[in-house]
Design a protein around this ligand. Structure first.
Ligand code: FAS
Ligand code: PHB
Length: 388
């Protein structure tokens, strides 16, 4: 088989890239290790920056987003005795949209089906060959059969645990990592959101986040020790702890119910440079991971895909300048979003091993934020998404 672009990974980055390339007349194939049902069963991000929403509309998959997405003009930070409304719209003129990553992925799969673009599920043992030559190819196994795809370029959109990043020789890769000493226990419940906007709670017992997917579906998180597993927490224990970490008025109004999904995610900051090696280009979690406190993971995958799709389209017209600048352009935005995600995590989580000094610094930071329009504007500018 031959395709102009071989995309490894059928998550949001790989699927969105494929839709954008096909719309520009570029023949791309997606290789996904898991089944479509498995990919769609993963509960991940919920906050979409305006840039991602615009890119989905450009890709022709914005209809459901525009009907079902909830536009949020701000968020509430309740931490260290402060209660701060960050007015995104008033401070930046922008907003964010609440629309689950699962729905984004569903919409992208539907569009690829509609245009007949190939997505190969159950692609096992994917291997990249000759990425540093002018004739790369990819091999994989499906249903026990060995298969090969010859292509012009390879997009590594296979997430943190994928094969693409590892294909870049270690001598060329520079990796930066910071692992946080806690995780997030997340639940999904068919209950009404606790507040019209998201609530980021920084309590002495630990961080909590109250988010949502729609007016009848809530997504809540608790900071938990890295050793905790979902089965260590009953629903009642989760709700009781969430109440302890919320301001009393919100805790009193919390609607509880059975969890329909429960998972623990570790938190890390990770960036691998460069995001290109020859004709292999990394996009999304394959190249970088951010702690979800800043709601940036999915949104960074989108800006990578924006830069990479326009570079591959320009290449077809004989201009390789955007391919040559892709890694530097994408990384410039990745580092800024990584800084913001790290700073939000530092400000709102409990770091038990760091003693009372950090706790006082956190209280001083939220005390300053409560009274500073400049501080709130800086936070809002990062949260709604820095320019692409
Ligand atoms: P993905 O990991 O989504 O997709 C990669 C795809 O590649 C997967 O489908 C995988 O099966 C496939 N793959 C992997 N190896 C392969 C191989 N060798 N061959 C073929 N296919 C292969 N972000 C937020 O903004 N907010 C959140 O609340 C949030 N919560 C998260 C919770 C968890 C548990 C995780 C892991 C991430 C979370 N994220 C969150 C970040 C997440 O949304 C990612 O940023 C987003 O999924 C990035 O999309 P992709 O880059 O497409 O990677
Ligand atoms: C979510 O709704 O899953 C979500 C929202 C905001 C975050 C992280 C996760 O910062």
């Amino acid at each position: 088989m031959r395709h102009q672009v071989c995309i490894i990974g059928g998550g949001p980055a790989g699927l969105l890239l494929s839709v954008l390339l096909h719309r520009a007349g570029i023949d791309a194939v997606v290789l996904e290790r898991k089944s479509r049902d498995y990919v769609l069963a993963r509960i991940r991000a919920g906050v979409l920056e305006q840039g991602l929403c615009d890119l989905l509309r450009q890709a022709g998959v914005g209809t459901r987003l525009d009907h079902e997405g909830q536009v949020h003009d701000g968020t509430l930070i309740a931490a260290h005795g402060q209660r701060i409304h960050i007015d995104f719209r008033g401070l930046t003129g922008k907003a964010v949209t609440i629309y689950g990553q699962t729905e984004v992925t569903r919409d992208l799969y539907a569009e690829l089906d509609r245009i007949g673009a190939p997505v190969i599920h159950g692609a096992e043992e994917v291997q990249i060959h000759g990425a540093d030559t002018d004739a790369p190819h990819v091999t994989f196994r499906q249903g026990g059969q060995g298969r090969r795809i010859d292509c012009g370029h390879i997009a590594g959109c296979d997430g943190f645990h994928g094969v693409s990043r590892q294909t870049i020789p270690a001598a060329i890769r520079q990796e930066y990592e910071h692992v946080y000493p806690f995780g997030w226990l997340g639940i999904l419940s068919e209950t009404a959101p606790v507040h019209p906007e998201l609530v980021y709670a920084g309590h002495e017992r630990g961080f909590a986040l109250c988010s949502m997917r729609n007016p009848h579906l809530s997504r809540h998180y608790l900071q938990v020790p890295l050793t905790d597993r979902p089965e260590d927490w009953t629903d009642d224990a989760f709700w009781d702890e969430l109440r302890r970490r919320l301001p009393p008025d919100l805790a009193d109004g919390l609607e509880t119910g059975p969890s329909i999904e429960k998972s623990v995610a570790p938190l890390r900051s990770f960036i691998s440079e460069p995001m290109r090696w020859g004709r292999l280009f990394l996009a999304g979690d394959a190249a970088h991971i951010v702690p979800p406190t800043g709601a940036k993971g999915l949104n960074l995958a989108a800006s990578d895909v924006h830069y990479l799709s326009r570079a591959l389209i320009a290449h077809r017209q004989g201009d390789d300048s955007l391919l040559d600048s892709y890694s530097a352009t994408a990384l410039a935005r990745v580092w800024k979003a990584s800084r913001f995600s790290w700073q939000m995590t530092r400000m709102l989580h409990r770091f038990p091993d760091e003693g009372p000094f950090l706790a006082r610094m956190q209280a001083a930071e939220t005390g300053w934020l409560a009274g500073s329009r400049a501080g709130q504007t800086a936070l809002a500018e990062n949260y709604v998404g820095l320019p692409w």
